[in-house]
Design a binder for this molecule. Structure first.
Ligand code: BMA
Length: 811
């Protein structure tokens, strides 16, 4: 068996004028924070005050002794080093690294190999502890060295991330701070082993009717040329035993497996998982054991041509899947702080918002195993970018070999996860090279990354994992024949609308697959308030502006409001109206695109999460609080939903049935005047086939209400002239919260309860709610402590659009 000595825990961190205890796994910033040596980088503009951290060199140290039994080999294994490191043991250089996205294994047998039990107590040197030092050079220094070698490269951002294989967004992004980390960011351990170990296990599991196929490749590292065997078990049942002759270090087995269930994405059946075990045996002696859950499913992406262009339809087990996706950025700017519990919380929140696909965006990381295991369990599809974003990337050494090594390692590492359905070459690099004419800029004409996306990476995926489709980029039209961001061909990023237009323009096109689109809003009030010291806090006061990283972000927010609302006269009104506009924009986009299924085969919202308090496109803010958008996602992603859409010069009710059963019933359509008074009601029977959309033409009106089977859609011809909604609000205490009952005598649009204004940890269960005259709703507010019902009367805790507009006078 392999003996493992975990090296997590307290190390020592040194830098100029710094000598501190350090936590491993971790990073310099979190150690300095814990020691009180830097201020909270998320507060105010402290980001600037801590910028020096990323520009320094650092050393992590501890003493090392092998405490385990005697072995042929003792290896020092780092699951991740961030990033430019020289590792020394007892003054001997074990190796140098320059890639955050790889793991490293160093043979330290000659130094640590004497087993504790075998040590001669008289020999003071045997088994003595040796100092282990990890010298980390600033990523800026390395990037400058590489840039000097390969020349400049065009980039959307001012920082040098294309020159070092490190999480790009730690250099700042249009939603993130520049906090350039260094550290031992993933677990580190000593492994003692003898004869042989399982170096890599690469299972490719696919599904066919009634059964599966397991294509298993195992690489073995040896110290002795002995004939070995590999036993393969599924849920404890032996599938096969494969001989590994003495002169071989690799084996491959293709194993048909009968009587298993398919792994299915959410909404298509259970995500069946099986425990796959590989045991490496020397005679009857177990040398090593590898164990993971895997699932059997077959994935294709239909990228065939049709009259409209080129499709992009994800198919799992032969069934087309409407992608209801979100883009995922690293959930913490210090990713070593992530835990399984945090991943689980966030991914369950995605599920609760009706999401079935998560795209791991290319400016972040290949996530931790826990992330993919949770997606496997939750039936979430994962679209994984290779880590390239928004820049030209050098194809020269020393970057090229790092990219190859990193891609091979991660394609292998993630191969067991059925949730992972596609590898994508990059984020926006092919598009931007074309659209920004980067070829004309220094360093953009050649060696700019195209070779990775069109040759290197697809070849690696084809070799190591032909079961998963590869795409060259997002967006990408399939070839240079069409513009990379063509709405008619494969994937499309819809950014013109947010950047320059009114959100109604989402309706102007029906792209084949929208893999990014988004609309900004500030975070929850408390999140913003806690992040700044501005007094007064204004949309453009310095702290608030520091927490808005997008180019002209506040200008775009303001221009986005103009067609719909008067200019906000207070920060509170700005906050309410911009959050409302975000919801309306995203609803407009998703409902329109869903109504075009399967022509438009999915959407991936930019973005689910944030990694610090910031005005951004996210649905869940950097403190983990829900923006109203979060709740709207649940509605627009519902398997069965209605939406009223303008189509070909008139209105239709689009009946959206993303469900395996037909949806039948009586669709009622009410026409009401602008005060909400009922004028006319009509009904017709509808039958909507499984996984399809039916469009029912209707007549126009000031206010339209379509209802089917408890689902409804509302349509308002205008926002203005809202009368008094005449709300009656009754809050009652319940253990750990309040139930807030709201009754509307008149038409009440966009009632919003901001739970964080009652208590920073309080949450509600609804976003914006619109009530017709006479209707009621109950909002459930939950908090870690009991709440005072009178708090709902506090300013801005519970409000609605008419009240906001009425009070929207300069204060
Ligand atoms: C796209 C993304 C991100 C960016 C977002 C918002 O460019 O891929 O790089 O944060 O839009 O601008």
């Amino acid at each position: 068996m392999i003996d493992i000595q975990d090296l997590s825990g307290t190390w020592n961190l040194r830098g100029t004028d710094v000598d501190l205890p350090a936590e491993v796994p971790g990073c310099v910033h979190t150690d300095l924070l814990a020691a009180g040596r830097i201020p909270d980088p998320f507060f105010g503009d402290n980001e600037h005050a801590v910028a020096w951290v990323g520009r320094q060199d650092w050393t992590y140290q501890r003493d090392l002794t092998w405490d385990g039994p005697a072995h042929d080999r003792i290896d020092l294994v780092f699951d991740g080093l961030d990033t430019v490191a020289r590792v020394e043991l007892g003054g001997r250089v074990l190796g140098e690294t320059r890639n955050m996205h790889r793991s490293y294994r160093f043979d330290v047998t000659s130094q640590l190999g004497t087993a504790a039990a075998d040590r001669d107590p008289a020999d003071a040197t045997a088994g003595a502890s040796l100092p282990l030092s990890v010298y980390l050079t600033s990523a800026y220094t390395e990037a400058a060295r590489v840039e000097a070698l390969v020349g400049p490269k065009p980039n959307c951002y001012p920082e040098p991330f294309p020159f070092v294989r490190k999480m790009a967004c730690s250099f700042g992004w249009d939603w993130g701070p520049t906090l350039v980390t260094a550290g031992i960011w993933r677990p580190v351990r000593l492994e003692g082993w003898s004869t042989a170990r399982l170096a890599t296990v690469r299972p490719l599991a696919t599904y066919r009717d009634g059964g599966g196929d397991l294509d298993l490749t195992v690489d073995v590292e040896r110290t002795r040329d002995r004939a070995l065997r590999a036993q393969v078990l599924l849920d404890g049942r032996e599938l096969t035993v494969v001989d590994v002759p003495a002169d071989q270090t690799s084996l491959r087995a293709r194993i048909p497996v009968d009587g298993i269930a398919a792994w299915s994405p959410r909404g298509y059946g259970p995500p069946a998982l099986y425990e796959l075990t590989v045991v490496l045996l020397d005679g009857d002696q177990e040398l090593d054991r590898w164990r993971r859950h895997t699932g059997f499913r077959t994935v294709t992406i239909d990228r065939g041509a049709d009259d409209a262009g080129t499709r992009f339809v994800i198919e799992v087990n032969g069934e087309p899947v409407l992608a209801k996706g979100v883009n995922w950025i690293p959930d913490d700017i210090f990713p070593s702080r992530m835990t399984r519990a945090r991943y689980e919380k966030r991914l369950r929140e995605a599920v609760a918002a009706g999401v079935n696909l998560v795209r791991v965006w290319g400016g972040g990381i290949y996530e931790d195993r826990a992330f993919y295991e949770l997606c496997d369990e939750l039936g979430l599809l994962v679209w994984q970018d290779f880590l390239f974003a928004c820049a030209c990337y050098p194809e020269d050494e020393p970057i090229f070999s790092e990219v190859v090594a990193e891609a091979r390692e991660n394609v292998t590492r993630l191969s067991p996860h059925p949730s992972l359905i596609t590898w994508n070459g990059n984020n926006e690099n092919l598009w931007l090279h074309d659209a920004m004419n980067w070829a004309a800029e220094p360093g953009g004409g050649e060696s700019w990354g195209e070779k990775y996306y069109l040759q290197t990476l697809p070849a690696i995926v084809a070799e190591l994992d032909p079961t998963r489709p590869y795409q060259a980029g997002s967006p990408w039209s399939g070839s240079w024949e069409h513009a990379p961001n063509s709405p008619d061909h494969q994937t499309f990023h819809s950014w013109e609308v947010w950047n320059r237009e009114d959100y109604g323009n989402y309706r102007d096109s029906a792209p084949r697959f929208v893999s990014e689109f988004g609309w900004q809003a500030p975070p929850a009030w408390t999140t913003l308030r806690d992040a700044v010291s501005d007094d007064p806090m204004l949309p453009d006061s310095p702290g608030v502006l520091h927490h808005q990283k997008a180019e002209d972000g506040n200008g775009k927010l303001a221009r986005g409001l103009e067609p719909h609302f008067p200019a906000p006269a207070s920060t509170e009104a700005w906050h309410y109206l911009t959050q409302l506009n975000q919801v309306r924009a995203i609803r407009t986009g998703v409902e329109h695109w869903r109504s075009h299924w399967p022509h438009t085969a999915g959407t991936i919202l930019w973005q689910l999460n944030d990694l610090w308090p910031v005005t951004s496109w996210a649905a869940i803010d950097g403190a983990g609080r829900y923006k109203p958008l979060y709740f709207a996602l649940r509605d627009v992603h519902a398997d069965r939903a209605l939406t009223i859409q303008p189509r070909d010069g008139r209105l239709v009710v689009a009946v959206l049935n993303d469900h395996p059963e037909p949806w039948t019933g009586s669709l009622s359509v009410e026409s009401r005047d602008s005060s909400g008074t009922l004028l006319h009601i009509g009904a017709e029977e509808v039958e909507v086939a499984p996984r399809s959309v039916t469009l029912v033409p209707i007549n126009g009106g000031d206010v339209l209400v379509a209802t089917l089977d408890g689902r409804r859609a509302l349509w308002f011809a205008a926002d203005h002239h809202l009368g008094d909604p005449d709300l009656t609000v009754t809050a009652s205490s319940v253990p750990g919260g309040l139930d807030v009952h709201v009754n509307a005598a008149g038409l009440a649009r966009d009632i919003l309860l901001q739970a964080d204004r009652i208590h920073p940890d309080a949450v509600t269960d609804q976003g914006f709610v619109t009530l017709l005259p006479g209707e009621s709703t109950t909002l459930h507010v939950r908090a870690p402590i009991d709440l005072d019902p009178r708090s709902v009367k506090d300013p801005w805790v519970l409000t609605d659009l008419a009240s906001v507009l009425r009070e929207n006078r300069p204060s």
